[in-house]
Each structure stands twice: as structure tokens, then as C-alpha cells.
Ligand binder design. Structure first.
Ligand SMILES: N[C@@H](CCC(=O)N[C@@H](CS)C(=O)NCC(=O)O)C(=O)O
Length: 211
């Protein structure tokens, strides 16, 4: 059986959890705090990040977007990519935007964890602009539709949905729901799926100093 090294707030890990659940692939969930010194993540990923998918043959797969694609190739049933090339590329475009926004949010999270005299407002603002840009993009691209692409649930929806819920959990003061009511409706609808409902993000306490 697969094992997935995951963290409870991680939008990256949640993408893989949701994909595995949507496809009905059983896996053992291993919950870690990747920022703590005793994480086992570096044993399996030279980049020291989770999620990491541990395969029954002892190999590991890492980098969420690559894991998602790897799973699509290895387990094609219940496809989460469209069939046509243009559709696949359109879905990947959503994934790129969402991962970029999540990366910016992680930067912001650690920027404000620094001692006050070491924090950089211009750096924080730069990251904030990326998140704002991604939300603007998603709001326009999704509009009032049920799904990001076409009329089926794809990896694009998994990505967009995880970003939106991550915002609510880690950055509850950000008024994205008011600014983009269409995204709030879209997110709430996705969260009704059992794959989403069973993987609701929860903040973690980071014990060790990181920044
Ligand atoms: N691009 C990576 C980002 C993963 C990532 O940043 N994971 C965080 C947890 S949410 C992590 O493990 N960080 C530890 C580190 O960067 O040292 C992916 O998509 O998998």
C-alpha cells in the first residue's frame, strides 16, 4: 500500500490526499511537521519538502504537481486530466497559478515569523501581490462555472480548492470571500465532496525555529 507523508495544513499534500481519495486508492497517511528537525522528509526527498508518496517497492515520489501527474499515469481510472492535449494544458495552467500562490503564502508566513527587525515589508508585499494576482485570475477564469475546466472535476479544481481553503485556515483575516464571492461559492461547493471534507486543513505548531 502507498504511504503519504503529509502535514495537516499543507495545501500541497492535500492535493494528493484528495486525488487518491477521488480515485479510491488506499494509502496510509503519515502526518509530519516538515519544518521540525526530526522530520523524516529529507530521507525521501532531497529537497526536504512534503508531500512525499512512498511506494510499496521502496521508491519515493515527491513534488505535489509531479505526484499528481505520476498518479494519473499509474492509475488512469477516474481520470482527473481531460482527454485532449489543450484541455490537459489548460488544467496545468491552473496548477501553475495555484502552486505559485501557495509558494508566495509560505514565504509570507515565514516572513512574519522572523524577528520584527529582520522582516521586510517590500518582500511581504511582493508575495501578497502574487496571491492577489492568482485570486484575480481564478475568479475571472472560473466565473460562475462549477469547474475550472469544461464540465468535469479535474486536477485544476483540486488545486484551486486547496488554495482557497488554505487561505481560510492560515490567513483567516484575508477577505477573499468578500472580494470574490464567486470563488466562495465555488470553494464551498467543492468542500462538500467527501475527498475534500475528509482532508480539511488544520494549522500545526512548528516547534523548531525556521526563519
Ligand atoms: N513545490 C512543492 C512545495 C512543497 C512545500 O513547500 N511543502 C512544505 C510543507 S507545506 C514543506 O515541506 N516545506 C519544508 C521546507 O521547505 O523545508 C510541492 O508542490 O510539493
Amino acid at each position: 500500500m502507498y504511504k503519504l507523508i503529509s502535514a495537516t495544513p499543507s495545501p500541497y499534500a492535500r492535493k494528493v490526499r484528495i486525488q487518491l481519495a477521488e480515485k479510491g486508492i488506499p494509502f496510509e497517511l503519515i502526518t509530519e511537521v516538515p519544518w521540525n528537525a526530526d522530520t523524516q522528509t529529507p530521507r525521501y526527498n532531497p529537497l526536504e519538502k512534503l508531500p512525499v508518496l512512498l511506494c510499496p517497492d521502496g521508491t519515493s515520489v515527491f513534488e505535489s504537481r509531479y505526484i499528481n501527474e505520476w498518479i494519473e499515469y499509474k492509475h488512469p481510472a477516474t481520470p482527473l486530466f481531460p482527454k485532449d492535449v489543450d484541455g490537459i494544458l489548460a488544467v496545468k495552467r491552473f496548477e501553475v497559478i495555484v502552486d505559485g500562490a501557495c509558494d508566495a503564502l509560505v514565504q509570507m508566513f515565514f516572513e512574519i515569523a522572523r524577528d520584527p527587525d529582520k522582516q521586510s515589508q517590500p518582500w511581504f508585499d511582493r508575495q501578497q501581490r502574487k496571491v492577489d494576482g492568482a485570486l484575480r485570475y481564478l475568479s475571472t477564469a472560473i466565473g460562475e462555472k462549477e469547474f475550472c475546466h469544461g464540465d468535469t472535476f479535474t486536477l485544476a479544481d483540486i488545486a484551486a480548492g486547496t488554495l482557497l481553503r488554505y487561505l481560510s485556515v492560515r490567513w483567516p483575516a484575508k477577505p477573499w470571500r468578500e472580494t470574490y464571492p464567486n470563488l466562495a461559492i465555488y470553494s464551498d461547493r467543492l468542500e462538500l465532496r467527501s475527498s475534500f471534507n475528509n482532508s480539511v486543513p488544520v494549522p500545526q505548531i512548528i516547534r523548531d525555529r525556521v526563519a
